[in-house]
Design a protein around this ligand. Structure first.
Ligand code: AMP
Ligand code: GLY
Length: 389
């Protein structure tokens, strides 16, 4: 970021200091990226200081911050989602398990950095997850628990931008959450993604807009908490149609990277219109029809304990390859790994297969001995492309 922008040192939890900085530098627009400051009400405090913000206020950010809140919105707006129970204590949660088949999904209500969901393959595992959540294993996030019916199907993500009233589709993507090839091993923040996700056909997208996104935006407004920002719907494409798994109130990492590769409008101007409540009713989505893919290069040991400080040489890359830095640092002129997910190697192509070819050709030029990556990002769609010739 420092190569293309000026970075400043502020404490993200110090809302007054951020507001003061924005005012003294005449900042036109604040885009709040991650969920924690949204859930903590940074948008509210900046708006109170008359600063233009893209991102939901504290009440609306409950769509990501509380799984039980989202379920209650689904109930009110009749949005298709997994059957569930919302429990406040261990004894009732253990008893509620009788109403669910195995596998069953146990979720800590609050933010848990992607670790608050347990898919229990046996009654014993489900009981152990409930015990752990109510004994503080997930901090405050686990003070309430949602038990959910397990949904079968393929997952896809759909994005929509809204100013609380008008809605603009912002494309689809498919992430790869497991650390290992073939989708095995622990969950991560995401090891690679591509966009669009053709599994979400135009007619399925219409259904997602009609049955999930539009009712959510309406219900939030009716609740007196209009949603401003990006709605990232995690979907399960079940036999009965798309169902909502969860909402995120941000673009998703690494989904954002592939969406940005395809977007070719004036993004800052678009976000500013949304921040100011002035999104047009029928704005065209300015997207490339090409496929974009990004593959995450992570530090060995990720997600549990990534190795820091490994040397990276990016090699001589083609101009159309974009390498987004996530966990890197520059020390004495040398590029080093400085986090779990380190690089996002990103390229476009006429198909997912073609985009994948360019990404792995770029990765083959990168020397990062203490790093690793998945070699099979996009495998579901690539298999379908091979089948359809
Ligand atoms: P979340 O943190 O809510 O995105 O959940 C993490 C992952 O758990 C999702 O991406 C799904 O793979 C899985 N998951 C969550 N809820 C369900 C469900 N009700 N049925 C099946 N899988 C689920
Ligand atoms: N890649 C999944 C997420 O950002 O939540």
């Amino acid at each position: 970021m420092a190569e293309v922008a000026q970075t400043i040192d502020v404490t993200i939890t110090d809302h007054a200091a951020i507001a003061e900085f924005c005012q003294s530098h005449a900042i036109d627009l604040v885009v709040i990226g991650p969920e924690a400051p949204l859930v903590a009400g940074l948008a509210d405090d900046l708006r109170a200081a008359d600063i233009s913000v893209f991102g939901p206020d504290k009440a609306a950010a409950q769509l990501e911050g509380s799984k039980a809140f989202t379920k209650s919105i689904c109930d009110k707006a009749n949005i298709p989602t997994a059957g569930y129970a919302h429990l406040y204590d261990k004894a009732s949660a253990l008893a509620a398990l009788d109403d669910f088949q195995i596998p069953v999904v146990i979720k800590a209500d609050g933010l848990a950095a992607g670790k608050g969901v347990i898919i229990a393959e046996s009654r014993e595992d489900a009981e152990a997850a409930i015990e752990e959540m109510f004994s503080g294993g997930f901090g405050d996030a686990g003070a309430q628990v949602v038990i959910e019916e397990f949904m079968h199907g393929e997952e896809a993500s759909f994005f929509a931008l809204t100013d609380g009233k008008n809605i603009m589709r912002f494309g689809s993507a498919q992430d790869h959450k497991r650390v290992g090839e073939g989708d095995i091993g622990p969950n991560t923040g995401g090891m690679g993604a591509y966009s669009p996700a053709p599994v979400l056909t135009p007619s399925l997208e219409d259904r997602v807009m009609r049955d999930i996104i539009e009712p959510t935006v309406k219900a939030m407004a009716a609740e007196g908490m209009p949603y401003n920002g990006v709605l990232y719907a995690g979907l399960m494409l079940t036999e009965d149609g798309p169902k909502l798994i969860e909402y995120n109130c941000r673009f998703g990492d690494p989904e954002c990277q592939v969406l940005m590769m395809r977007y070719h409008g004036d993004f800052a101007a678009l976000l500013k219109r949304i921040a100011d409540g002035a999104l047009g009713a029928d704005e065209a989505m300015e997207f490339s029809n090409q496929s974009a893919m990004t593959v995450v290069m992570a530090a060995k040991g990720y997600p549990a304990s990534p190795e820091k400080g490994g040397a990276i040489d990016l090699g001589a890359q083609n101009v159309d390859v974009q390498i987004f830095h996530a966990g890197t640092a520059i020390k004495d002129g040398a590029l080093l790994a400085n986090g779990g997910r380190v690089l996002n190697v990103t390229a476009m192509g006429e198909s997912v297969t073609a985009a994948q070819k360019s990404v792995y050709a770029a990765i083959d030029k990168i020397d990062f001995p203490s790093g690793f990556y998945r070699r099979d990002i996009g495998h579901r769609e690539i298999a379908r492309e091979a089948e359809s010739g």
